[in-house]
Design a protein around this ligand. Structure first.
Ligand code: ADP
Ligand code: MG
Length: 322
C-alpha cells in the first residue's frame, strides 16, 4: 500500500478503546469475556463492491450498514452484542473514503455497545471487499433458532415493510412516483436499524426468529424449512410502511412479500404469549404485527382479505439465481 502502511491505517482509523474486560486491536487475538450461563453467537457477512454496493456509495453509510446487517443477525438470534471484527480489502488508500467509512462504522459500534476488537487489512486488485464478524452472547437454550417454530405459533413481524425496497426501486429508476418523497424512504435503505433490543427481549419468549434481509416469504421460508412446518399469512395484516399506501397493487405485493433489506425481525410465538409480546414492543417503542400462523403442513399460503389464497410473487433475493 502506498502513502501509509497497513499499520498506520489500523492505528488511525480502526483502533479504538475497548472496555477493560477485553483485549482489543493490537495482539495476535482479541480476548472477550462471556457471561456465566451464556453461549457465544457468531455471524459474518461480506459486502463486495459492485455486488452489494455501488462504487459511489457514501462511505459513511457503507461503514454503518456493513455493521448494521451483521448486528441484525445477532438480533435475530436473540443475542446481545459483545464485539466485532472488520476485514477490509482495498485497491488503494483513499483517506477520505477511510475517514467516512470508519466514522459510520464506529458510530454504530458505539451506539450498539459492540466494540471493534480486530480484523485484517489488505490490498485487493480491483474492488473493495468488506467482511464483518459480530460476536454476541445469549443465554443457554434461549437462542432464537430457525428450527424451533411449532405448529400453532403466531407469526409476528416488527416495524414496517417495504420502505427499503421501494427506495431501491426509486434509486434504480425502476419505479417513478410523484407522490413519494425519496428523502422519506432512503434512510430505510441506507441506515437500517438492527432490532437488537427487541431480539434480546424475545430470547426465551419467542420460539424462532429470522431477520428479513431477502424478503419476508424467502426468510420465513427458511424458518419453515428448518422447523419442518408451513404457514398461513394474512396479507391484510402485513405492516406496509405508512408512506407506501398509494403504491400500485403489484409493487405493494412485491414490497411486502419479497422486498429485501428490511432488517425487521420475523418471529414465531405461542399464542398465549401475545400480550407479553405487545408489552415488550410497547416498552421498546417498536410496533409489532401478528401476521399469521405456523401450520403442521409444509406449504406457505398467503390469504387476501376475503380469505382466498393469493398468487404470490417470486421469492426474494438469491445471489446465485439465474
Ligand atoms: P496478524 O499479523 O496477527 O494477522 P495484523 O498485522 O493483520 O495481525 O493486524 C494487527 C492488529 O490489527 C490485529 O490485532 C488485528 O486484529 C488488527 N486489525 C487489522 N486490520 C483491522 C481492521 N480493519 N479493523 C480492526 N482491527 C484490525
Ligand atoms: Mg492479519
Amino acid at each position: 500500500m502506498q502513502a501509509a502502511s497497513e499499520f498506520d491505517i489500523i492505528e488511525q482509523y480502526f483502533k479504538r478503546p475497548v472496555p477493560d474486560s477485553m483485549l482489543g486491536v493490537g495482539d495476535d487475538c482479541a480476548l472477550l469475556h462471556l457471561s456465566l450461563g451464556c453461549r457465544m453467537a457468531v455471524s459474518t457477512d461480506m459486502l463486495i463492491e459492485g455486488r452489494h454496493f455501488l462504487p459511489d456509495t457514501d462511505p459513511y453509510n457503507l461503514g454503518y450498514k456493513s455493521l448494521a446487517v451483521n448486528l441484525s443477525d445477532l438480533a435475530a438470534m436473540g443475542a446481545k452484542p459483545l464485539a466485532c471484527t472488520l476485514s477490509l480489502a482495498l485497491p488503494k488508500i483513499n483517506h477520505d473514503w477511510l475517514r467516512g467509512f470508519a466514522a459510520g462504522f464506529h458510530q454504530l459500534s458505539q451506539a450498539s455497545n459492540c466494540p471493534l476488537v480486530g480484523g485484517d487489512t489488505t490490498r485487493s486488485l480491483h474492488d473493495i471487499v468488506i467482511s464483518v464478524t459480530v460476536m454476541g452472547e445469549v443465554r443457554r437454550n434461549h437462542a432464537l433458532r430457525r428450527d424451533k417454530a411449532k405448529a400453532g405459533d403466531d407469526i409476528w413481524v416488527s416495524g414496517s415493510l417495504g420502505a427499503a425496497y421501494v427506495a431501491l426501486q426509486l434509486v434504480l429508476g425502476q419505479y417513478q412516483s410523484n407522490q413519494l418523497d425519496m428523502a422519506d424512504l432512503l434512510p430505510y435503505m441506507e441506515h437500517p436499524e438492527p432490532r437488537l433490543q427487541l431480539g434480546c427481549s424475545l430470547s426465551g419468549v419467542a420460539n424462532a426468529a429470522i431477520d428479513i434481509s431477502d424478503g419476508l416469504l424467502q426468510d420465513l421460508g427458511h424458518i419453515l424449512t428448518a422447523s419442518n412446518c408451513g404457514a398461513v399469512i394474512n396479507y391484510d395484516q402485513l405492516p406496509l410502511h405508512p408512506k407506501l399506501h398509494g403504491l400500485p397493487a403489484d409493487l405493494r405485493q412485491n414490497a411486502l412479500l419479497a422486498g429485501g433489506d428490511a432488517y425487521e425481525l420475523c418471529f414465531t410465538v405461542r399464542p398465549r404469549r401475545a400480550e407479553q409480546i405487545q408489552a415488550i414492543a410497547q416498552r421498546i417503542g417498536i410496533p409489532v404485527s401478528r401476521i399469521g400462523t405456523i401450520t403442521a403442513d409444509d406449504t406457505c399460503v398467503v390469504l387476501d382479505g376475503s380469505g382466498n389464497s393469493m398468487e404470490t410473487p417470486v421469492r426474494g433475493f438469491d445471489h446465485f439465481a439465474v
